[in-house]
Design a protein around this ligand. Structure first.
Ligand code: HEC
Ligand code: HEC
Ligand code: HEC
Ligand code: HEC
Ligand code: HEC
Ligand code: HEC
Ligand code: HEC
Ligand code: HEC
Ligand code: HEC
Length: 421
């Protein structure tokens, strides 16, 4: 008896669970639109993948109307008396989505962790401000998220999944004729794709590199102000940001209106760096502003580069010796380890130059040079020992040969004597 009861309860629970899925409950909006025409059946087909459908919402959750009636007469269910609101105009989209997404109480029932500030932030963005002025070409919620196939942002197929973001923004921003009425450039995507960041995100699909929204924000898309660039870059390059902030450039760049990190690295076209950027030659970034050879910045730039170069030279000499010793069969594991420590000091300096502090750079360069010299010394000693041993080995071989020859003569002598007898 108890078993049958349990079975009944389980079946009832199953029906309840399935009943929550709109696919199993008759919904006149879905049923009728599915059969209307190609466009509408495509909407219904797409909608099966939509996060709203997956969470139990349906057509009427957004468009209003009554999904329980009107299978014979469309205008019954799609009647304003039944709460039908129809399709939002472009200018109304943010409020249309925000009706739920800005409602803390409502959203908490589904996902307490989801932010509810999208509409609010959107209003502060360049897109939102222009929309309010009547510009219909800017991005609204559905330009970035799509419609009827809206996916969770963590879904790799979502247009706002970070690897896809640059393409989503490029739909408009790289479209020359679409953006023609505006005074801003259309080259952001082109430059970004060539940058070290774009290379890593788009080609390697490595999500540690920034997509457009990491610097511009998801919803409050505005260019970071000139003074905020270091903090946008500093989200990831915090060490260099702190060094830059502590340097004399911080204040000087602010006064002159130079865009912090972007002054030397650009912002969309951030390229891999090299030591050639540092110093006083034509190719260096420093020479753009410091060309008076009497000035303190010029001299410092020169010396910073000189320190780095001497460390690299010491490392090169040590490296040559280590390679020689290795070829000769000496065990160089320890020397290689120490050499890597000296190479770490080069990397430290490449970052430390953002402080512009000659003292700090000189200190690390000296430490590194000491490490390289220890390796050089031990390399030289190892090679010298080897030589000695070779000389030693050669010497003993000659002595053995001489002895052997002497022995041979002696035996020969004994032999001839015995024959004479
Ligand atoms: C019996 C069929 C039927 C039912 C039921 C039905 N619709 Fe429609 N719906 C139509 C037809 C026909 C159109 C007009 C076709 C077109 O313009 O593509 C339409 C148009 C629409 C439009 C576009 C309106 C516009 O201004 O362009 C929306 C949105 C819509 N329906 C939503 C719903 C929702 C939500 C429900 C359920 C509450 C629903 N429909 C129920 C047949 C139906
Ligand atoms: C998350 C909210 C949301 C849900 C859920 C939703 N829609 Fe829509 N729908 C929109 C928005 C926003 C637009 C306006 C799109 C635009 O302007 O390009 C729209 C447009 C439409 C249109 C007009 C399309 C056109 O190209 O003219 C139809 C028809 C429609 N929806 C039907 C449906 C049906 C049927 C369902 C359920 C299967 C549904 N919608 C579910 C938000 C929603
Ligand atoms: C310019 C493109 C763009 C516009 C316009 C836009 N979004 Fe987003 N949205 C994004 C990006 C990018 C993400 C975040 C992806 C991530 O977290 O990596 C996102 C994330 C979200 C999320 C997930 C929670 C969160 O805040 O991270 C929701 C919900 C959302 N958007 C709703 C909206 C609504 C509602 C609107 C309109 C008021 C809107 N979006 C307008 C690009 C946009
Ligand atoms: C009827 C209320 C309602 C409306 C209107 C609505 N949404 Fe949603 N939306 C939800 C709910 C509920 C979820 C699911 C939240 C969850 O469970 O994570 C959701 C999820 C989302 C997500 C996925 C967030 C994530 O988890 O990554 C995006 C993106 C989104 N909505 C965008 C939109 C856009 C764009 C519009 C307008 C076209 C819109 N929504 C209109 C209620 C709504
Ligand atoms: C539907 C087309 C469209 C999409 C998609 C779009 N934008 Fe825009 N965006 C515009 C238009 C139009 C403007 C207005 C141009 C202006 O500012 O004069 C604009 C302005 C901007 C501005 C302000 C530029 C300035 O200095 O005035 C930024 C920043 C921006 N968008 C970033 C983004 C990012 C990041 C994305 C993707 C997450 C994105 N946009 C997606 C159309 C779009
Ligand atoms: C590493 C950070 C970063 C990334 C990634 C980034 N931007 Fe920018 N973007 C900036 C900075 C900084 C500025 C503004 C510099 C200024 O104010 O002069 C800017 C300016 C803009 C502008 C204003 C016009 C212009 O070109 O100066 C638009 C539009 C824009 N970005 C769109 C995009 C798009 C689209 C992407 C992705 C393809 C993107 N950005 C990626 C940092 C970034
Ligand atoms: C979301 C994180 C993130 C943001 C924001 C970011 N970067 Fe990067 N950046 C990376 C990653 C990851 C790499 C590649 C790994 C590396 O070389 O450190 C990289 C590489 C670089 C490189 C090349 C380093 C080299 O070894 O040659 C430079 C220069 C650079 N970024 C500058 C910037 C500037 C300037 C900004 C702001 C306009 C910025 N980054 C914003 C993550 C970020
Ligand atoms: C005055 C010019 C200048 C400014 C401003 C500047 N950098 Fe650099 N940066 C350089 C030079 C020069 C190098 C190359 C050093 C080398 O390789 O010898 C470099 C190297 C780098 C590297 C690669 C080396 C490393 O540490 O991984 C990164 C990343 C970087 N900079 C990020 C930033 C960020 C972030 C900012 C802003 C907080 C910034 N830079 C500001 C000139 C500058
Ligand atoms: C966009 C212009 C610009 C670039 C590029 C630039 N600087 Fe400067 N730098 C300034 C300004 C402006 C000052 C403050 C006024 C002054 O001392 O000339 C300054 C100050 C300095 C100082 C401080 C001198 C003191 O009085 O203590 C040093 C050191 C310095 N820069 C080194 C460098 C090095 C090294 C580079 C290349 C990696 C570099 N600068 C690139 C503009 C620039």
């Amino acid at each position: 008896m108890n078993r049958i009861k349990l079975l009944l309860i389980l079946t009832w629970l199953l029906v309840l669970a399935l009943g929550y899925r709109p696919v199993f409950s008759l919904n006149t909006c879905v049923e009728c639109h599915k059969a209307l025409d190609e466009k509408n059946s495509a909407i219904v087909e797409d909608f099966k993948k939509d996060v709203h459908f997956q969470r139990g919402l349906s057509c009427n959750s957004c468009h209003g109307g009554n999904p329980k009636i009107g299978m014979e007469n469309p205008w019954e269910s799609m009647n304003p008396d039944q709460g039908f609101v129809g399709v939002p105009k472009t200018s109304e989209v943010p409020q249309f989505c925000g009706r739920c997404h800005s409602d803390v109480e409502f959203m908490r029932k589904y996902n307490p962790k989801l932010r509810v500030d999208q509409e609010q932030l959107y209003k502060t963005s360049v897109h939102g401000k222009l929309l309010r002025k009547g510009d219909k070409k800017v991005a609204t919620c559905i330009s970035c998220h799509g419609v009827h196939k809206i996916l969770p942002v963590s879904d790799p197929n979502s247009p706002v999944f970070d690897v896809n973001v640059p393409h989503t923004c490029a739909n408009c921003h790289a479209n020359t004729s679409y953006m023609q009425p505006y005074k801003i450039p259309h080259d952001q995507f082109e430059k970004y794709s060539q940058s070290v960041h774009g290379e890593i995100l788009l080609k390697n699909r490595d999500r540690s590199a920034p997509a457009c929204n990491d610097c511009h924000g998801n919803h409050g898309a505005t260019p970071p102000g000139l003074g905020d660039i270091a903090s946008a870059c500093g989200e990831c390059h915090s060490n260099n940001r702190d060094l830059f902030d502590s340097s004399p450039h911080k204040q000087a760049f602010k006064e002159n209106g130079f865009p912090e990190c972007a002054t030397c690295h650009d912002y969309h076209l951030v390229m891999k760096t090299s030591d050639d950027m540092l110093g006083v030659g034509d190719k260096t970034v420093c020479s753009q502003c410091h060309f008076d050879s009497e000035s303190k910045p010029y001299r410092t730039a020169f010396q910073l580069k000189a320190k780095l170069d001497s460390l690299k030279n010491s490392i090169r000499l040590a490296q040559n010796l280590v390679e020689k010793a290795e070829k000769a069969g000496v065990d160089v594991a320890k020397a290689k380890f120490e050499l890597n420590l000296a190479k770490d000091d080069v990397i430290k300096i490449q970052s430390l130059i953002h402080s512009l502090s000659l003292e700090r750079v000189a200190e690390v360069a000296t430490e590194g040079m000491n490490k390289a010299q220890v390796v050089q010394q031990s390399g030289k000693e190892a090679l010298f020992d080897l030589k000695l041993r070779r000389i030693g080995l050669g010497g003993s071989a000659v002595i053995i040969l001489i002895l052997a020859f002497g022995l041979y003569l002696k035996i020969k002598d004994l032999d001839s004597r015995s024959k004479l007898k």
